[in-house]
Every structure is written in structure tokens, then in C-alpha cells.
Write a protein that binds this ligand. Structure first.
Ligand SMILES: [Zn+2]
Ligand SMILES: [Zn+2]
Length: 348
């Protein structure tokens, strides 16, 4: 089977490896059709990791995947051969204190595809076939393109973010940063019943896509740094801000336009930022993080499967696996690409 393996920064190879054994009892084998390139895949490709997480051995990338069940092991009841499934890339331990509390995204012993957080690294899902547990297989309707089903993981991250500060229903929402996660957060806020969604970015194409997927007002802060100024009076306008750019300046600007008792949810993985804590204190803001996803994976699959959301505006390009290096190069060019996918032998 063909796999997409990162060896070192800018050293990405398409390699043929022996297929994984199995499926054993409770497992299913999936022929993958589509895999989305995520920001974390790009970090491994461009920099060999992020923060303290570094590549220590070659690793198959990829965790946003969908495909067709081709074989089932004994005792499998959740899916059958021929089913189309989105694959949950997260395999929490199921018995640590956080799993038991229902917060599997905080699991102390999670295995997440294509992650160098632990050693040996957890190999990823950019490959022709993968053996997963049946709990990781989420069926989608047969007429839903698998390219759209492969958005389940990043969409579930956005749905999780949208739950972090309570109900979005009726809220005025600001989303800073309109990359894939920003756009998916806009869609999540729409689903949650936000009354108004204003978004910012520095890229005109990203803002155009944001408008297509549900933003009411899209502001280009590269062209007009003061674009949010009209939202500052009366201590701010927005009930909830979702910071999806990872840019400390966006967070700083959000403090001025989020109203007292409002919330700021940090979705973009950030480094360090200096903030005027007096704003947080005197406006009684809630500032919270959002990391990965839990039960929301099933919600994402159902929303995609039932056609409540349309992922097509976010898919910029799709490359055959042989051209994985080109796919990564294109995905790295944020001025031209939103979500880039790799397609595999299991394509429809
Ligand atoms: Zn991802
Ligand atoms: Zn656990």
C-alpha cells in the first residue's frame, strides 16, 4: 500500500509499505478515498513539528480521512463491508479519569493518527488502507461524497469550539481568521443559531469563502487595520469571539470588541501572547481554549451525512497520492489554498 511519509523537514516521500495485518475482532479495514491536509501535517512537513513536539522517526501523516469498509473482523456490528465511513483519528484509552468524565479529548493516553506527541509516533492515515476499531468508524450515507466526509474531523474540532463558551443561539459572533478551522467555526456558529457573524482575515479569497459558508460581514484587516473600530463603543459588541488565526494581534483586537460578560474562545493553536489582563478582569470576560474534539465527531458526521452543511466551498484542490509532495506544496501556499486533499485507491 502507498503511504505518505515525512522523514524530516521538507522531506516527504510516497512509500510503498506492507499492508497492516488484520482486521482482528472488533476491527474493520477501510480503503481510504480522501484525506485532508491539516495545519499540523503542514507543520511536520515544513518544520519537522511544532513547539516541543518534534519528529524523531519517519511518520505517516494524515488524520482527516474517509473511505469504504472492505473487511470486518469478528464481532463487528457497527458497520458492514461496502459502508462509507468517516474515520475518527482519535483513539482515547477509555479508562483514564478524563475519558471516564466524558472528556476524551483530554485523555492521558490518547493515540491520535499522524502525531509525534508520543514515541514511537502514532502513524497516520494517508495510506491506501487502514485497520481501525469499529468505534472509530462513523457511517455516512452512500450518496455523500467521501471528499466531504473527510471534513468530519476538522468540522468536529469547530463544533467542539462552538460548545466551549455555552450556547451560541442568538449570539453576536466574531471569528478572527478564516482558514479552514475559521470557516468551519463559522459553519458551526451558524448551526448553533448565531444571530450575526462578523469575520476578519488578511486574505481576500479566504474572506470570500467565509462569506459563502455563512459569514454576514467579512472584514479585511490587511487593507484596513481599524476595520473593527465601529464595534468598540459601549465596551464592545460581540457576545462571543472565536480566535482562529493564532495571531496575538487578533486576540488583542478581540479584547476591545467583545462585550462585558462575553467569551473569547482560542481555537488557533498559539504560542505566547501578552494581554492586558485588566480588560479581562474589568469586563469579566471568559477566555477559554478549545482542543481537538470528543462526542462532536459524531455530530459532524451526521451534519455532513444529512446534508445540513456543504463542505464543497472549502475544498480547493485534490491530488492523487502519487503527487502528495505537490499537494503539500500547494496546501502550504495559504494565499491560494483553503483545504487540499489527497485521494487514494478507494476513491469513488
Ligand atoms: Zn486536523
Ligand atoms: Zn483516556
Amino acid at each position: 500500500m502507498r503511504t505518505v511519509v515525512v522523514h524530516a523537514p521538507l522531506d516527504l516521500r510516497v512509500e510503498t509499505l506492507a499492508p497492516a495485518p488484520g482486521p482482528d475482532a472488533g476491527q474493520v479495514k477501510v480503503a481510504l478515498a480522501a484525506g485532508g491536509i491539516c495545519g499540523s501535517d503542514l507543520h511536520y512537513y515544513q518544520h519537522g513539528g511544532f513547539g516541543t513536539i518534534r519528529l524523531k522517526e519517519p511518520m505517516i501523516l494524515g488524520h482527516e480521512v474517509a473511505g469504504t469498509v472492505v473487511e470486518v473482523g469478528a464481532d463487528v456490528t457497527r458497520v458492514k463491508v461496502g459502508d462509507h465511513v468517516a474515520v475518527n483519528p482519535s483513539h482515547p484509552c477509555g479508562h483514564c479519569r478524563y475519558c471516564i468524565e466524558g472528556h476524551s479529548n483530554q485523555c492521558l493516553d490518547v493515540r491520535f493518527y499522524g502525531s509525534a506527541m508520543r514515541f514511537p509516533h502514532v502513524q497516520g492515515a494517508f495510506r491506501d488502507e487502514i485497520v481501525i476499531t469499529q468505534e472509530q468508524a462513523f457511517p455516512v450515507k452512500a450518496d455523500v461524497p467521501l471528499a466531504e466526509a473527510a471534513f468530519a474531523e476538522p468540522f468536529s474540532v469547530a463544533l467542539h469550539a462552538a460548545t466551549r463558551a455555552g450556547s451560541v443561539l442568538g449570539k453576536k459572533v466574531l471569528v478572527t481568521g478564516c482558514g479552514p478551522i475559521g470557516c468551519l467555526t463559522i459553519m458551526a456558529a451558524r448551526q448553533g443559531g448565531a444571530s450575526e457573524i462578523v469575520v476578519t482575515d488578511v486574505s481576500a479569497p479566504a474572506l470570500a469563502t467565509a462569506t459563502k459558508v455563512g459569514a454576514d460581514i467579512a472584514l479585511n484587516v490587511a487593507e484596513k487595520a481599524e476595520a473593527l473600530a465601529s464595534y468598540r463603543p459601549h465596551k464592545g459588541y460581540f457576545d462571543m469571539t472565536f480566535e482562529c488565526s493564532g495571531n496575538p494581534r487578533a486576540l488583542l483586537g478581540a479584547l476591545d470588541v467583545t462585550r462585558p460578560l462575553g467569551a473569547i474562545v482560542l481555537v488557533g493553536l498559539g504560542g505566547e501572547a501578552t494581554l492586558p489582563m485588566n480588560s479581562v478582569v474589568t469586563k469579566e470576560l471568559k477566555v477559554c481554549g478549545a482542543f481537538r474534539t470528543g462526542v462532536e465527531f459524531g455530530w459532524a458526521v451526521d451534519l455532513i451525512s444529512n446534508r445540513r452543511v456543504d463542505m464543497r466551498p472549502l475544498l480547493t484542490a485534490s491530488y492523487p497520492v502519487e503527487q502528495a509532495v505537490e499537494a503539500f506544496q500547494f496546501a502550504a501556499d495559504k494565499s491560494r489554498s483553503m483545504k487540499v486533499q489527497i485521494n487514494f485507491a478507494g476513491a469513488e
